[in-house]
Ligand binder design. Structure first.
Ligand SMILES: [Zn+2]
Length: 83
């Protein structure tokens, strides 16, 4: 089944700048139903990602965490070089 690799372009006509991941549910003005729905869609997509990850972590291709940074220089090594 094909359910991911999909970009959702929906936005509220009255509140074009409303962006659920950034603004959160608290930024919905006047209990706007469209904004509320956008928030629900975003929440559902998070839930979907969680479920897919739970089912098989190897299928997690969109929300891969950033690669860990290389470890900083070990101060003990530096002191060895200095001696
Ligand atoms: Zn709205």
């Amino acid at each position: 089944m094909k359910i991911r690799s999909r970009k959702f372009e929906g936005r509220c006509a009255r509140h074009k700048r409303y962006n659920p991941p950034v603004d959160g549910q608290g930024a919905i003005k006047g209990g706007c139903k469209r904004c509320d729905l956008l928030f629900e869609i975003w929440e559902a997509s998070l839930k979907l990602n969680q479920l897919i990850r739970k089912f098989d972590p190897a299928h997690d291709d969109l929300e891969r965490p950033p690669a860990p940074k290389p470890p900083a220089h070990d101060p003990r090594q530096l002191s060895l070089i200095g001696e």
